[in-house]
Write a protein of this length. Structure first.
Length: 169
């Protein structure tokens, strides 16, 4: 049996379909955004810390880096640029002692900070502090972070398959 055959015998993660709903724009955007967040986390948990810190591609991307990067991206876009809060941005640099649990905890703590900001604002509200950008509203920030999270969930999916053959959303 080759290593490729052995990987194919591993059970896949239970695939979680996206939420299917008809609703207002906010409900759809927020539901799909949370689905992508959860899908991303599902790709990261269950991988040992050393493997999750290791890059398997020339770009240097690793599961821990992706997790920390998403916490950074949500903080800069929602908390700093949209809400205008002066905040220390999370460091996305991978350290030798980073753990999957700590990176996921950081990412989920970011959700707890971001979600009330999103809930309290209109989709038409403009970013309070994004001087290097044209006027951007919350609708755009949500759509941007949805695509950013989905993109990185795809990266995590490929890395996870390379690590242990696990696939699924």
């Amino acid at each position: 049996m080759t290593s490729a055959d052995a990987i194919r015998t591993l059970p896949d993660m239970a695939d979680q379909k996206p939420p299917y709903l008809a609703g207002d724009e906010r409900a759809v955007l927020c539901s799909l955004f949370q689905y992508q967040r959860d899908s991303f986390v599902r790709k990261v948990v269950g991988v040992d810390d050393a493997t999750a810190r290791r890059s398997m591609v020339p770009s240097g991307t690793s599961l821990v880096w992706l997790t920390k990067h998403l916490a950074y991206a949500e903080t800069i876009w929602f908390v700093q640029r949209f809400a205008g809060e002066s905040v220390e941005l999370p460091d996305a640099t991978v350290q030798h002692d980073d753990t999957v649990d700590a990176a996921v905890e950081l990412y989920r703590a970011t959700w707890a900070r971001v979600d009330p900001i999103v809930a309290a604002a209109s989709l038409d509200d403009l970013c309070a502090d994004a001087p290097n950008f044209p006027p951007l509203d919350l609708r755009w920030v949500l759509a941007h972070m949805l695509e950013e999270t989905a993109r990185h969930a795809g990266h995590a999916d490929i890395l996870r398959e390379l690590i242990d053959g696990q696939t699924g959303r």
